[in-house]
Design a protein around this ligand. Sequence first.
Ligand code: SF4
Length: 245
Amino acid sequence: MTANAAVRRTVRASDLSDRELKARRLSMQFSASDAREILNHAIAEEFSGRIALVSSFGAESAALLHLVADVDPATPVIFLDTGKHFAQTLSYRKKLAKRLGLRDVRDINPDAAALTARDPDGELWKQDADACCTLRKVEPLVHALDGFDAWITGRKQFHGGGRANLPAFEASGAHIKVNPLIRWTKSDIDAYAAANSLEAHPLVDQGYPSIGCWPCTHPATGNDIRAGRWRGAAKTECGIHNASA
Ligand code: SF4
């Protein structure tokens, strides 16, 4: 390496935060590891006592919840209860948590005063879905993650879009996000669920491949698993992964 190249590399590294450097190191260290190895390291070692799983208890959630419960059923699980979930999601959340023995599922609600001020009639989603997601998901998650160093997500590369090149560990604001399922396919999820007798979300059988709030979720067919979310709008993410939570 020439002296100039060495200096350039030093300057580039110095531009990265300690958190970004750590995320890159962990992603390289676990580049060939499976989901269980990544979770074991993240929950039991690297971020022990300082990590939570964020789960929507949606169509693909059971496998990751099962894996986390296997490592440590006391791992905090954050469920953003937006007030707009399908009744089936709320009952599935209760049933699955009980079946898996998860001991610390936290139902996180939007701030009541903020709801009154910014969405008094509960119809903000019709006028401004981004503002609604900020109020009902992004802001509550920021508060719920206070005190944690890391959080686990269920995002997968096969979902495409901004998820296509996800690393296993990524720096995000004050946290590191752990993405143990990045290389899983739809077949992997189905096979894992079948092997462990995991009950599917009841709406999967009704044609919903991805499930969020009822006003913004529709049945869908085809390869784009998230096609039924915010149907007809440019929006593809709720914002919790865009924000620097
Ligand atoms: S998904 Fe829809 S209803 Fe749920 S918070 Fe976002 S805009 Fe509001």
